[in-house]
Ligand binder design. Sequence first.
Ligand code: G4P
Ligand code: NA
Ligand code: NA
Length: 190
Amino acid sequence: MEQLKQRILQEGSVVNDQVLKVDALLNHQVDPQLIMEMGREFARRFREERITKVLTVESSGISIAFAAAFELGVPLVFARRRKSVTTDNDAYCERVPSFTKGIVTDIMVSKRFLSSEDRVLFIDDIIANGDAARGLIRIVETAGAELAGMGVVLEKTFQAGGRTIREQGIRVETLVKISSLAGNRIVFEE
Ligand code: G4P
Ligand code: NA
Ligand code: NA
């Protein structure tokens, strides 16, 4: 998405070699027009997959996942985050480390909203090491649901998340790939 690249160049800023600040676009403020555009693009790529549910993790994935779910005409479920471990018989829970915050959190999805009947499209804003993503994928597996694929807005290809998830045999569709943030410069991968 050329438009998205331009917006990242205009409104994003490099924090360090690993982290791109995009709070004007994805993590704090969102542009509804641009978000709906992304939702349409993911829906277009996964239209033939008979998706029954779009899944994401709160909070930054929600707007994009909503747009995709709206376009596909299916519900959106967002995994909730919890600060402490709680065992819950009515929910699927996974522990995941957070790349930016340097802490561990638990993500959970109620068993009422995900089942073996579902064919899931997983949407996320940014993929780094893929820890959070792998946690959510384990939840889909535990639920016995089918994962049709993953749609990611921004993939940092110098980190291993996208690659390792593809190596698991999962289809990962990315709108924008960034191959380097070194020297305060955003480099897109073609
Ligand atoms: P991963 O699954 O790819 O490993 O993601 P990871 O756990 O590394 O990411 C944890 C959080 O860090 C995610 O947000 C993710 O979007 C964010 N993140 C990773 N790399 C970057 C980056 O370069 N820039 C920014 N701005 N965020 C990054 P989260 O914990 O889910 O928080 P939220 O934004 O959804 O509330
Ligand atoms: Na985020
Ligand atoms: Na996210």
